[in-house]
Design a protein around this ligand. Structure first.
Ligand SMILES: [Ca+2]
Length: 431
């Protein structure tokens, strides 16, 4: 019964009652797609997720504390009753006995009374300490309540206005750039097939290219262990200065890649823990509808220096490795929706959503390993709790530090492009 634990438990309980009032009806499996995504504040999905994780621990701690207090109260009551009984017995003995016999019996009884009274004093001391603990925790809970009120105020309406959203809108970030936007930031876009606009981070470079960023990993601050609905709607946080991690959402990626008649390029940018940077481009990139389980298709590897990991990789274990780790044509899988080509469940073993085959040679939604190195043991009993993998650059047991997945029309990928793009074409990656 560490007091800090109880204080934390109480605080979390309060926070939970707060957020449950705010996000009533919300749950892991039913996140409102447009509620809060893109703000600095946690999305309702994020808050519910966090609280649901902590709720059982908090409840157990409080139950245990309640039981302990009841047990101590019962003990003390029992002892007090015994002392009263002993005193009564001593008095009765005094009345019914002769002097000598009375003296012997009553001194023995008085010794017992003294012993029990000592026990009572000890237990009263313990109760006193527990009461102090409770008062101290009550003060901390009050402080936490105050803090949560402040947090709630910060995260309510004004928060939305603190994030600067640019005024130009378009079908995607290239359209936004074509209309004159020159700075990277948050923009509302509405692809042709979309029924409503949604917020995206646009990376706009000095050549007037507007990349629509669909995935970002940079520090491991967002857990990518999410279910089908969360991958569908998107999770994490958008920020105007590219400081946060997120998955934009399969539905939005589907709309962004199936509307345009101009082929879309998926550019993947990777950074390792030594600061090296590599990239890979795939043209005619599309993500199918939910009916088709957000199937990934692309025309061909268009270039880059990270190598073509989407085409699979021969790990040397089995000649069929390359075929069974390729990604073109794969449907999306999450731990609760197994659409892979494996007898087991790749997404469950890896704990994240991806276009799993049996299972992968590229996996940018994998577990975040600080420092990059991990072992077969870290990866779990099946060896599948894998990191952020692009196996044609770094082979197994190395998780990348940063990833970016972004979209741009094919017509703009080389137009006035960066020198590095032109220089590196043809230099298909190593292995
Ligand atoms: Ca399976």
């Amino acid at each position: 019964m560490a007091s800090s634990l109880l204080a934390t438990a109480g605080g979390l309980l309060l926070l939970f009652s707060f957020s449950s009032a705010q996000t009533r009806g919300d749950s892991l499996a039913s996140c409102n797609p447009n509620d809060g995504f893109g703000r600095y504040c946690p999305t309702t999905c994020g808050v519910a997720d966090y609280m649901l994780n902590y709720m059982p621990v908090v409840t157990d701690d409080l139950d245990q504390m309640q039981k302990d207090l009841e047990r101590i109260a019962n003990l003390t009551q029992g002892t007090e009753e015994t002392v009263v009984y002993m005193k009564d017995a001593a008095t009765a003995a005094q009345k019914s006995s002769g002097p000598d016999q009375y003296f012997r019996r009553s001194s023995s009884m008085l010794e017992d009374v003294l012993r029990f009274e000592k026990t009572i004093i000890t237990q009263e001391q313990q109760m006193f300490e527990l009461q102090n603990l409770i008062s101290s925790n009550e003060r901390r809970m009050a402080d936490l309540k105050q803090l949560s009120i402040q947090l709630q105020q910060t995260c309510s309406e004004p928060c939305k206005d603190e994030v600067e959203v640019q005024t130009i809108t378009g079908t995607d970030c290239q359209d936004v750039a074509n209309k004159g936007a020159t700075t990277s930031g948050l923009y509302y876009v509405k692809p042709l097939k979309a029924t409503e606009q949604f917020l995206v981070y646009c990376e706009i470079d000095s050549f007037g290219r507007g990349f629509t960023v669909i995935q970002r990993r940079r520090d491991g601050s967002v857990d990518f262990h999410k279910d089908w609905t969360q991958y569908k709607e998107g999770f994490g946080y958008l920020s105007p200065d590219d400081t946060t991690e997120y998955w934009l959402g399969n539905e939005k990626i589907h709309l962004l890649t199936t509307g345009p008649t101009i082929p879309t390029v998926l550019r993947i940018e990777l950074v390792d823990w030594e600061g090296n940077k590599r990239y890979a481009d795939y043209t005619m990139f599309r993500v199918g509808s939910e009916m088709d389980m957000y199937r990934l298709t692309y025309g061909y590897y268009f270039g880059g220096d990270a190598g073509d990991a989407f085409d699979g990789f021969d790990f040397g274990d089995d000649p069929s490795d390359k075929f069974y780790t390729s990604h073109n044509g794969m449907q999306f899988s999450t731990f609760d929706r197994d659409n892979d080509k494996y007898d087991g469940n790749c997404a469950q073993q890896d704990g994240s959503g991806w276009w799993m085959n049996r299972c992968h040679a590229a996996h940018l939604n994998g577990k975040y390993y600080q420092g990059g190195r991990y072992t077969e043991k870290d990866a779990g009993e099946h060896g599948y709790d894998n990191g952020i993998i692009w196996v044609t650059w770094h082979t197994r047991w190395y998780s990348l530090k940063e990833t970016t997945m972004k979209l741009i029309p094919l017509s703009r990928i080389t137009a006035g492009g960066q020198q590095s793009d032109l220089k590196q074409f043809g230099g298909l990656g190593d292995s």
